[in-house]
Ligand binder design. Sequence first.
Ligand SMILES: CC(C)(COP(=O)(O)OP(=O)(O)OC[C@H]1O[C@@H](n2cnc3c(N)ncnc32)[C@H](O)[C@@H]1OP(=O)(O)O)[C@@H](O)C(=O)NCCC(=O)NCCS
Length: 285
Amino acid sequence: MDKTKIYIIGASGHGKVIASAIISAGFTPAGFFDDNSKIHGTTFFGIPVLGGQKEFATLANPQAVIGIGDGKIRQKIIRRYTGGAWMSIVHSSAWINTSATIEQGSVVFAGAVIQPDVTIHQHCIINTGATIDHDCTIYDFAHVCPGVNLAGNVTIGKGAWIGIGSQVIQGVSIGEGSIIGAGATVINDIPANVVAVGTPARVIKRMETGDRRRETGDRTRRKGRSLKSVIRGWPGKERRTEKQSFLLPASFLPFFVSLYFQILKKVQHAKHKILPLARIRGRRT
Ligand SMILES: CC(C)(COP(=O)(O)OP(=O)(O)OC[C@H]1O[C@@H](n2cnc3c(N)ncnc32)[C@H](O)[C@@H]1OP(=O)(O)O)[C@@H](O)C(=O)NCCC(=O)NCCS
């Protein structure tokens, strides 16, 4: 395998950190691919931007890694390509026990420590300075943010996201797709598809499909009600069931019926007004 030709999909901050890990290991990233056509033909972090996903698809058996922090997007990209190889990238300053397994597409950044018998499955991110103690299992597409400490025998579910600086005590499982808030201390199992924050970490939100607020840190996406109002049970958009969504417009039905009759009355009244005028005009002509 020619490790000198590694492409990065996503010319982003995260992509830059991956590039620096590749460089630390003594290789030169061969180029970025990014769908932002404005940067095609330029350089990013001193590395050429060779095109978008369309151009990437034309490469024969490329060796690549995805430089996008959002696990859902990583999953979508992976599904699009067959052939080639997804590389696992480990920064030269990370310490990894020889009994640990790091599967394809996963990245381990500077200063991370991975202890014996840890398994990092595919396309995970073990971010700067995170520590993963013995016998932990991190499932596909999970993201362990900078400075997280996982004690022994912790399980992180597929696509889960463990916020910056959080701690997880031994033996705890974090469910698939869940988000742990920055600085949390997790002392009990966390179910799938929830947001949990604080010390000790408590669930503050359950996510419905497609309602996953991701780790981008993009505060502009945080529109709508605060989680506090969700806890109080106000039925916001994201908590409405299908039945409730139907009942809401249905409750306006009497209003629309009365509006219809009012308009009808007005039209008939107007007709009476117009008819005499027409008759007057008729007489004149
Ligand atoms: C947990 C998180 C995803 C929630 O974001 P959100 O859904 O937009 O929630 P909001 O900011 O609306 O906050 C809702 C409530 O939860 C509280 N809250 C949010 N994050 C919290 C955290 N990490 N710890 C404690 N409380 C938190 C807020 O104070 C707020 O409380 P209030 O309603 O009493 O005012 C986000 O705050 C977070 O911690 N992100 C981690 C970022 C990170 O690790 N980045 C690293 C990238 S590599």
